[in-house]
Design a protein around this ligand. Sequence first.
Ligand code: FMN
Length: 316
Amino acid sequence: MRYYMAPLEGITGYIYRNAYSTYFKRFDKYFTPFLAPHGEKERLTHRERNDVAPEHNEGLYVVPQILTNKSSEFIRVANYLQGLGYDEVNLNLGCPSGTVVSKGKGAGFLARPDELKQFLTEIFDGIDMKISIKTRIGMYDTTEFSELLDIFEQFPLEELIVHPRLREEFYTGSPHREVFHDAVSHAKNKLCYNGDLFLKGQLDAFKQEEPNVEQVMLGRGVLRNPGLLQLAEEGCMPDKMLIKEFHDKLYGDYRDVLPGDRPTLFKMKELWFYMGTLFAGWEETYAKQMRKCNRLSDYERIVKQIFKNQFLENYL
Ligand SMILES: Cc1cc2nc3c(=O)[nH]c(=O)nc-3n(C[C@H](O)[C@H](O)[C@H](O)COP(=O)(O)O)c2cc1C
């Protein structure tokens, strides 16, 4: 099985990718959170350029993801990325956010199949790089996916990463695994599955159900348990203290680059929203303390207690 780190905006940027890769089993590919080109002059924001800077991604196979519905913008950013040394880019057809969808981008692009086909024709003609797509299965109804698949099949995609939820489901309910399964038997493109694989048991079950799928993308499962890959492949969890070392590196690196205590606290709290549930006693004792804390000194005290007193649980 090949494993990809999912793009998670605000979380799996270069700081996270590097800290993760220093301590845990490496992913085969790391997808960046989306780059959203804006305007003709400025290609990307300072933050976005920082995220794809080669010196911030050494030794990792990184695939930058682009969110746009204008082929000229996609091509311009792809050319910029090629100049930095990248040879693969990914198109975001999944973002469910209202502001994105209302502009016909992300999952919103799925409701405009003719425009989408034209866009794909233009980008495949316009650049000489590998292009993959990360998609949802439609806006409102699972039956939308067969027409979309027909379109995707007309292009030489590097791979098609499918998060089998509809836009209007956001991240609620369960992924439509039957729609993905159906696609596996029809699609000629290489397919990668993404969605709700958080535990070893879920990964094992997926492998049994889809023996012909060789790629999975993991997002919240890895945020929750950074040892998930090792657990899935080698059957054992890394020691709790390794997770602490990872935490300390991430914390230190965010403190170094973020402008002040509040943004650092915000980032770390967001991480604990996921990682906390790996620790016994999280819900009863620590979740509320963490939500309420607004000073780094308090944050450090809570984290110290968690690592000292609690064991890891619920990862199988
Ligand atoms: C906070 C957050 C940010 C996300 N940012 C992106 C993004 O920038 N690009 C993208 O394609 N998907 C994004 N996603 C979707 C994830 O990549 C992934 O498809 C989703 O979380 C389902 O996979 P999982 O169940 O393994 O987490 C985001 C999801 C979350 C929860």
